[in-house]
Design a protein around this ligand. Sequence first.
Ligand code: ADP
Ligand code: MG
Length: 741
Amino acid sequence: MVNIDTPLALRLPKTAARKLADGGFETVGDLLSYAPIRYYQWGKLTDISSLSVGEDQAILAQVVSASIVQNRSGKGVRFLVHVTDGSARLTCTFFAKNAYMLSHHQRLLRPGAAVLIAGKVGEYHGSLQIVQPEFEEIEEGSAIDAARRAGRPIPIYRAISGLPSWKIASLIDALLTADDDPIGEEVLPEHIRAVHALFPHDRAIRMLHQPQTPVDWETARRSLAWEEALVLQTALLGSRTGVMAQGDRAFWDSSSSSSSSRSAPPLPSPTESAENGDNDLVAELIRSLPFELTSAQRQAWKQIEDDIALTEPMQRLLQGDVGSGKTIVALLAMLRAVRAGYQAAMLAPTEVLARQHWYSLTTILDRAGVHVPVHLLTSKRPSVEKNQVLTALASGEPSIVVGTHALLQEGVEIPKLGLVVVDEQHRFGVAQREQLRYGRTPIPHLLVMTATPIPRTIAMTVFGDLDVTAMSELPSGRKPVETFLVDERNTVWVDRMWQRAREEIDGGGRVYVVCPRIDGDEPEEDDQKSDETGPGTRSLPAAMEIVEELRRNPTFDGVNIGLAHGRAKPEDNAAAFAAFADGSVPLLVATTVVEVGVDVPEATMMVILDGTRFGLSQLHQLRGRVGRSEAASVCMITHPGELSETSAERLDAIAKTNDGFALAEVDLRLRKEGNVLGKNQSGRVSGLQFLSVRRDATVISAARETAREILEEDPTLERHPKLAGAARQRAEEELVWMESS
Ligand code: ADP
Ligand code: MG
């Protein structure tokens, strides 16, 4: 058998192996599971027209014309090579001191020659070009030449540490032809393969790289996607039954791997046992809320209430649109834990959000006259206060604690932890999500809340271990936020926008102004979007500068203007938010620190400066900061006018709809695959090689069903040892859905 764990260094030339290692490819298996980004079929090449600017591409093309041009400045020359794939054209440009230095290029890149070209695609005077691409002639007799002549699909790979597609192809060919033994393990049960017409693993890998026909690679890809989906779903569903446990290292399992110990503290409704419900904190709170729960909230709470009354640990995802009131629902569950004598912990991804939650919870409880200690634990708090919190937690006194990652650190003892609420924001991986529950008996119940709605395929892929509750209803009386796009080149509109802000403030409202940057000189933090508006030529609105501009702007005479951003001291941000909330500073310039959770019902206007710099779910989140009362609210999003297609679609979508679930689907469609799931700790885009959460929705749900059936029939996976092994390995890896961009 081909050992997929063999280091590449033992099988490939040293320099190639070193480059591959730099790219994170260590073993034969790593390289063999590197999927081509597409396939070319000579004669049917119509692909240049679909290239996207800013991406590293490999192209197979024919040279149309080639000429040396003197640079206008008089210094140096350019070699311009026009190539075509039969439909569209692309220009390759090489720069040199003199023509002599380009003689090698001229020799190979002559009209009529078939060549491979690789490099970053750019745009110049409206046409596609690659500057200084790598290139190689298609040699007669080479594998690519043979494929070309036979009309077979040619795999195109994304470059790895400077190794272009065709080098990768020949390295893979070398691995595949050196050995006729089967590659890797067969994970898919045979009957599944038969039902879904899938290749065995070995054939799938071979056909991925060396297809004879398009059907070959399509089937190969589908087979590998299926395999990946089944392994993933088995890992996710298996984690609930404890079958994934391997010794005591598995993160989800309690200290022993026997499933009988997987019990949670039952947190039943006290009204069922006690004569009078007076000391039922939940009933008390609901009674004293200044509003009625929406029916979506009541249904969600009912599901959670039923879950936590059982000894089987709850694992539930609470999805709700922005402003749907998830916090209260989580609070009810936490009160139930406290009432039953347990502690409840709420984990938030950022300092700002943790404080905000702590503030909301204490306010709601105070207002309702319900007395339950609520602690705040973040790493930035002074150590005296931290120690007080740590001591209180260690005492096991029934209470609520809100915190950041600081809660996960060693030395934090929460001996009576009965419920963990994770305000997910999609940025915690499974392992982190579960960390507070590690090795505890009984196992605390788990409630995960997502900040924004997420598409179904993502929910199944990233949160597949959780039952899902969705709340799409907003509290009654809320008016949908009206959203307008403002071309920032149109100064009349921009002035009008600021006047409107002034009117809101004069009418008792508050206005957020969100900027993509803190100050002018920080590097672009979000490389994903830089390719859409072109390499950073424009300077982005920066909070520190905008705040000065607005203070100078006569429109805001007499208005106090605050500032909050990620590099400020937490106390300063907290003070800025407090002043904003109480109205003494009704205009707040900020970065995305206001993105999630911040809750100031009086805020009626959101200004987002340069909306092209934010992801769709981020825009929806930001907009969700207004429209939190019965007053009408407005959101104004500026943009630079000239928009890429994706930016335009994104902004159109946000302006057209307030439905977060619909926006989530649009978002998924507009993203590049690699931007859907986050990076794992090693920095490589996490986990999924073949499975596309965009394309493979049906595969994902079918695999989920299959995994469920397999686990039902064979709960310990005794009869599926290879699947079990692969699922355990998968379970060690993290999948994170990136909401931010
Ligand atoms: P999100 O789901 O976005 O986290 P929050 O929990 O922050 O929403 O709630 C948004 C706002 O709506 C808060 O001010 C909260 O007090 C209020 N709220 C929650 N439930 C209701 C309700 N049933 N009726 C009216 N207002 C509500
Ligand atoms: Mg919230």
